[in-house]
Write a protein that binds this ligand. Structure first.
Ligand code: GUN
Ligand code: FE
Length: 463
């Protein structure tokens, strides 16, 4: 560990500072590249100062203006090809599917759940297995720069409490939910009854409140898997908990696949659409995270926009199960609906948000072609927004994270691109490359090897 690392552990409680390139999104179409930027993080993990175009000989006076002793206070110099950007946000992740990623391609969603997924998730009945696998999962996500994740746990209360504990210990910001599911799953992998499912959910909320009373890192999220897995009384009960705890976020799968929509209609013939259904049970509001959103009808789009729901766009799983499905993300953005990116864990094959960003870009090109240009493709900068500030908005955390603003918490990646002296997978930086070009090379060809440090609330968390 070098001096700076020692200083960034939470126990040290010391401030940190950088001088170099800083890149973040101010809005969907507003990427800001700050050169020669001085960025200071106070000991409480919040950004205290950010100022671009600072010459090296001005640093000391900025340090003292912010109340620290110049020369003694370490300021990390970022070289050319190195930069800071906000941490990545995964708005839809099934933690218990971490080890099944890559399996079960080419089959439809319901078959994949029954043939592959439930058996994997059932293993989390064993708390030792849960501890081992969740430690690997959270460590793996931090390694590749996911500073915030919205997790579905398994249906087990104990394993999901372990997941929340691991996030807290490892320093990952997380929404964590015990998955509610009491039907259309094998009897060895479902909640025994509505009352059991609701009791476990309440116990879980209580556990997280004890673990992190100020919600510094971990927050519970209500997690009805989807309507197919929940009897009406269970949805009713979760809606009641949502009303009792008006600050709790809610996540579910929404209009993901045609077989799923058909089956939902058979189970709930009284509702015209999934939006009607989930709204009726009190599960749609400005804290709802709706995963996938492939086949929304006009009135559903209108309604989720009015209610302020967020969309977790998961292009990897949408295109690598049986069908190739593309969510109309441009349409959502045009309507002002919040959109972030999700890996979907086992539903996709990759748990990298950089991969999800690339896929979002690729499927948006497919959509542009299919709509004859009506829905223009996402730019790389827009993809980066979805992976950072957009994701923070979807998770209801954009007042705390997502970009670099004084007062926000410092969730950040320190990226080191490569050059011809140290060749690797990433497209090497050439002398003539602008910062914008270097950034695009990282987005399209970089990976966790280029993410050398990861910070959550100012704490260095990359293993
Ligand atoms: N719908 C219900 N459960 C799941 C799941 O685990 N993954 C995906 N992608 N969709 C689901
Ligand atoms: Fe999912």
């Amino acid at each position: 560990m070098d001096e700076l690392d020692k200083r960034t552990t939470p126990a040290s409680g010391l401030p940190i500072a950088f001088h170099g390139t800083v890149i973040h999104s101010k809005a969907l179409d507003d990427l800001e590249i700050l050169e020669n930027c001085f960025l200071l993080v106070a000991k409480d993990g919040r950004i205290q100062a950010i100022q671009a175009d600072v010459e090296p000989d001005q640093i000391n006076s900025l340090v003292s203006a912010n109340g620290y002793a110049p020369d003694v206070f370490p300021v990390k110099q970022l070289k050319r090809g190195q930069f800071l950007c906000p941490g990545l946000v995964d708005t839809h992740n099934h933690a218990p599917q971490y080890a099944q990623r890559g399996m079960g391609r080419g089959i439809d969603l319901l078959e994949w759940l029954n043939k592959v997924t439930f058996a994997h998730e059932a293993k989390f009945e064993d708390p030792e297995y849960a501890k081992k696998m969740y430690t690997a999962c959270v460590t793996g996500f931090l390694q590749q720069g996911i500073t915030t994740a919205s997790y579905y746990g398994s249906h087990h209360g104990q394993a999901t409490r372990i997941l929340a504990d691991v996030c807290f210990e490892k320093g990952q910001r997380a929404l964590v939910g015990k998955c509610n599911m009491n039907r259309n799953a094998p009897d060895w992998y479902r909640d025994a009854s509505v009352s059991d499912s609701l009791r476990e959910t309440r116990d879980f909320i209580h556990h997280v409140q004890q673990l992190d009373p100020d919600r510094i890192l971990v927050k519970p999220i209500l997690t009805p898997r989807f309507a197919i897995s929940c009897e009406p009384e269970l949805l009713e009960g979760i809606g009641a908990i949502a009303r009792e705890h008006p600050d709790l976020p809610i996540q579910t799968h929404f209009n993901e696949a045609s077989q799923e929509i058909e089956f939902t209609k058979q189970l709930f013939p009284e509702f015209k659409t999934e939006a009607d259904l989930y709204e009726r049970y009190g599960l749609l509001n400005d804290r709802s995270i709706l995963a996938h959103c492939i086949f929304l009808q006009e009135d559903e789009m209108t309604r989720i926009q009015e209610l302020g729901c967020g969309v977790a766009h998961c292009p990897i799983s949408n295109t690598t199960m049986q069908d190739f499905m593309v969510a109309p993300v441009r349409e959502y953005l045009r309507r002002g609906i919040k959109v972030g990116l999700g890996t979907d864990s086992g539903g996709g094959y990759s748990s990298s948000i950089l991969d999800a960003m690339k896929h979002a870009f690729i499927v948006s090109v497919a959509r542009q072609t299919a709509t004859k240009g009506k829905d223009p493709a996402l730019s790389l900068c827009e993809g980066f927004f979805l992976a950072t500030l957009g994701g923070a908005q979807v998770c209801g955390l954009d007042d705390r994270i997502g970009n670099f603003v004084v007062g926000k918490e410092f969730d950040a990646l320190e990226v080191h691109c490569i050059d011809l002296d140290r060749p690797g997978v990433m497209s090497p930086v050439e002398e003539e490359d602008s910062t914008q070009v270097i950034f695009e090379k990282f987005l399209m060809t970089g990976d966790d090897r280029n993410i050398v440090r990861v910070y959550v609330a100012g704490r260095s968390v990359k293993p």
